[in-house]
Design a binder for this molecule. Structure first.
Ligand code: NAD
Ligand code: UD1
Length: 313
């Protein structure tokens, strides 16, 4: 029975990964500062450590005796990076280096969350892993920093490292908005639209709604994470985790309204700062090496999110 550390395990993607690891009989330790307040996401039987990934002591304790580390903890919001540049940098890059540094004592491999945000505005779409990386946001710049430091971890310190450039991940448990003040809320467009349209409330579309995203279901992301851990490479590779299907924000809103059986009540608001216009990944490398099966179709995945939200109301 292997022991895996999942940083950010109480979060949206991390909690689904914990479920999968427990289900296949592995032992799981989670390091999370609960800044998004989702301890209830975690399945029973987890060794939970509350702490900050940028704290070397917490990182040393969390990485002790592990067979591998999934590093997912981050402030996963482009918008937060605009408003709190240095604060998000501490979590998103210093935190990653602190975890990599702690892993030097163990030699255990790391699979870490990068992001499509490293590409910036894709000039060629779909974009593959060899394309230029020109992040437009602090968040994307810090994720690119993670990739560069993962190369150092691998080449200088011998830590097998795999980076996964997640595109827009969605699925059950992605929090539309936390009701608690003082808690960071990381909300993806799908969770916001599903909740508001399901409640008959108006939605805001930032910009003209023609911006496109590659929405990938969390279950496909978990499959990629597990396969990446089995690789143990020496050259710190990175993979897009995407579907290769583009959907505009406006089409997404119409699709959700259609699936929810509700009228669409929307207004257009100014575009967000640091916003990418088109984000579409080429999944060829992912399919060849990590996860060959067809991804969950957007319609199917959205119906699952709507059903989960209806059940949690
Ligand atoms: P999430 O906010 O649900 O989970 C992140 C978790 O990290 C939270 O539980 C939070 O409490 C924890 N955390 C934040 N700062 C921490 C710190 N300093 N110390 C310890 N724990 C801390 O986000 P998610 O959507 O599950 O994202 C997981 C990872 O995937 C992140 O690295 C994110 O940047 C990346 N990613 C997500 C998406 C997406 O669409 N959701 C896309 C690309 C990349
Ligand atoms: C997302 C991820 C980020 C990841 C990146 C990869 C989330 C919360 N963030 O950022 O972690 O690294 O993809 O590229 O999943 N929108 C609206 N109205 C709303 C909310 C959003 O129009 O109420 C629009 C946004 O302006 C944007 C699109 O929907 O154009 C997607 O927004 P969002 O879900 O926040 O994700 P990204 O900013 O793409």
């Amino acid at each position: 029975m292997a022991l895996y550390l999942v940083t950010g395990g109480a979060g949206f993607i991390g909690s689904h990964l914990c479920d999968a690891l427990i289900a296949r009989g592995d032992r799981v330790r989670v390091l999370d500062d609960l800044s998004t307040d989702h301890l209830s996401n975690l399945p029973p039987g987890i060794d939970f450590l509350k702490g900050d990934i940028a704290d070397p002591e917490a990182a040393a304790k969390a990485t002790q005796d592990v067979d591998g580390c999934f590093h997912l903890a981050a402030i996963a919001s482009v918008e937060r990076g605009v408003n709190d540049w240095t604060g998000t940098h501490k979590a998103n890059l210093t935190g990653a280096i602190t975890i990599f540094d702690a892993l030097r004592r163990t030699g255990a491999p790391v699979v870490y969350a990068s992001s499509a945000a490293v590409y910036g505005d894709c000039q060629t779409i779909p974009i593959d892993e060899t394309a230029d990386r020109s992040p437009l946001s602090a968040y994307g710049a810090d994720k690119l920093g993670c990739e560069l430091h993962a190369r150092v971890a691998s080449h200088v310190h011998g830590i097998p490292a795999v980076g996964l450039r997640f595109f827009n991940v969605y699925g059950p448990r992605q929090d539309p908005k936390s009701p608690y003040s003082g808690v960071i809320s990381i909300s993806g467009v799908i969770s916001i639209f599903c909740q508001r349209i399901g409640d008959g409330a108006p939605i805001a579309i930032f910009g003209d709604g023609g911006q496109t995203r590659d929405f990938v279901h969390v279950s496909d992301v978990v499959k990629a994470l597990l396969a990446a851990m089995a690789l143990k490479p020496t050259d710190a590779p990175v993979f897009n985790v995407c579907t290769g299907q583009a959907t505009s924000v406006l089409d997404l809103a119409h699709l959700i309204a259609d699936l929810a059986g509700k009228p669409l009540n929307h207004s257009f608001q100014p575009p967000r700062a640091g916003e990418i216009r088109h984000s579409l990944g080429n999944p060829a490398r992912l399919r060849a090496t990590l996860h060959a099966a067809d991804p969950v179709q957007l319609r199917t995945g959205l119906a699952g999110v709507l059903a989960w939200m209806a059940a949690s109301r």
